[in-house]
Design a protein around this ligand. Structure first.
Ligand code: ATP
Ligand code: MG
Length: 455
């Protein structure tokens, strides 16, 4: 993509409404535009990142054996009356009436909707287990929408739902999602710590939140220092069989980590000064809640002995749009964003320092064509701007690699390749630069064990 043609509405000044760095940088880098409180349009650069995050989430759901569906955003109120949550959910639910005066709502989550689908379609234990997910916009009329996409009112969520015959099966489904989450966040280069959590309005008796430590986070959390030293990027599993998964989950849940709601100072005291209190961003949560929805909604199957059994359920959310903000909170410096390569909107930024110079233009155009032919996603700054403005723009939008073409280098037959994260610069011949950068992207689905850490 040529920057001269790209829709990238950058802001020069820090927008006064943005209180945290990710919100500031998303606005400055032209990734989003606010429509009303907590509701945003995604502009080309932001949408590319959102799609990359969504792709990794989808690939890891698929790998764990979940099947993708797509449920509507608008749901009938009756379903929520069946579960008893229509009145309980309160003002966060956006309630709507259609032209026939039927009560509808914009879904804040989909437990009722999926339970209705499954109860209508599955009658026998032989059709279990089932693990279904979708990636769909949600609406919650938050009291205080703030921090940009981190606490929006409209936001994109991946939500998965598991249906099993018994508690052991449900536990296995829970463990699959737990491990899928560890893989998902590792591929994004994030350190998301699983913490014991309250079940809140979803209900149930087992839950973990996946939390990224950050001073700007809204959750108070208490974590064992062992988690601070964990190598998250190295996370992988040997097998998806039940005992192997249970072992992984046991390993991670044995280390103390809890959100404030369920923090137990007495247990924590056993670890002395190894427990630290921090702020964190919740990027995902998993719940096991048994028959909380299946029983009142009549989602039952015939068991092996013909008896009728209410389905054992769990639900598993990831904040896809919140992750874009969380990724910036975890990856930035004074000059701007530093995208991990797995989610970067483009892998390379190509800067022509002298757009007016024919020799520079020819060389830059040629390298741009070659990179594109090699399958490299590249944003080419071909504008007639000052070098300073071009460097600042590239640093702000945070592409993992920059290539700088200028008259002096060209005279010596080289271009400069800069690593945005380390700041390291290298002068390379044009062919060497091409070979250096021509790794395919978007990255293919890695075999279990491969890594996609920060650039
Ligand atoms: P929070 O405690 O932050 O309000 P929640 O616990 O109510 O979130 P869940 O029902 O667990 O949210 O939803 C699953 C995921 O969706 C969360 O882990 C979070 O990443 C994301 N999410 C929830 N609310 C919002 C929001 N208002 N804006 C953006 N993402 C959100
Ligand atoms: Mg939650």
């Amino acid at each position: 993509m040529r920057l001269s043609e790209y829709f990238l509405p950058l802001l020069r000044e820090n927008p006064s409404e943005a209180q945290i760095v990710s919100h500031r940088l998303m606005l400055r880098a032209g990734m989003i535009r606010q429509s009303s409180a907590g509701i945003y349009s995604w502009l080309p650069l932001g949408l590319r990142v959102l799609k990359n995050v969504e792709r990794i989430v989808r690939e890891e759901q698929d790998r764990a054996g979940a099947q993708e569906i797509l449920m509507p955003t608008i749901q009938p109120a009756e379903l929520w009356r069946e579960s008893g949550r229509y009145d309980d959910y309160g003002k966060e639910m956006l309630r709507i009436r259609d032209r026939h005066d039927r009560e509808m709502l914009y879904g804040p989550t989909n437990e009722e909707q999926i339970t209705e689908i499954v109860r209508a379609s599955i009658q026998s234990y032989r059709d279990l287990p089932k693990l279904l997910y979708h990636i769909q916009w949600k609406f919650r009329d938050e009291v205080r929408p703030r921090f940009g996409v981190m606490r929006g009112r409209e936001f994109l969520m991946k939500d998965a739902y598991s249906f099993d015959l018994d508690a052991a099966g449900a536990r296995h489904s829970y463990n699959k999602m737990f491990v899928a989450y560890l893989r998902t966040f590792a591929r994004m280069g994030l350190k998301a710590i699983p913490m014991r959590a309250d079940t809140g309005p979803i209900g149930g008796d087992l839950s973990h939140e996946f939390i990224i430590l950050a001073d700007t986070g809204e959750s108070d959390v208490h974590v064992h220092t062992d988690f601070l030293e964990t190598d998250w990027q190295g996370f992988d599993i040997a097998s998806w069989e039940a005992p192997a998964l249970q072992q992984v989950v046991d390993h991670y849940t044995a280390i103390y980590a809890a959100t404030d709601d369920v923090h137990d100072p007495q247990t924590a005291a056993k670890y002395g000064n190894k427990i630290v209190s921090r702020r964190g961003i919740e990027v995902g949560q998993v719940f096991y809640f048994g028959d909380k929805y299946s029983r009142p909604m009549g989602a039952v199957v015939a068991g092996p002995d013909g008896e009728s059994v209410a389905l054992e359920m769990g639900s598993y959310g990831i904040g896809v749009s919140r992750l874009v903000g969380a990724l910036i909170e975890a990856n930035h410096d004074a000059a701007g964003i530093i995208w991990p390569k797995s989610v970067a909107p483009f892998r390379v930024g190509l800067i022509n320092l002298r757009a007016a110079d024919a020799r520079c233009r020819t060389a830059a155009d040629e390298l741009y064509g070659k990179l594109r032919n090699a399958g490299v996603e590249v944003l080419y700054d071909d504008r007639d701007e000052s070098p300073g403005a071009k460097f600042a723009t590239m640093d702000l939008i945070g592409l993992p690699k920059q290539i700088v073409i200028g008259p002096r280098g060209l005279a010596a037959g080289t271009v400069e390749v800069k690593n945005r994260r380390s700041g390291e610069r290298q002068d390379l011949g044009i062919d060497a630069a091409l070979a250096h950068l021509a790794a395919p992207h978007p990255l293919p689905l890695p075999a279990s064990g491969e890594r996609e850490g920060p650039a």
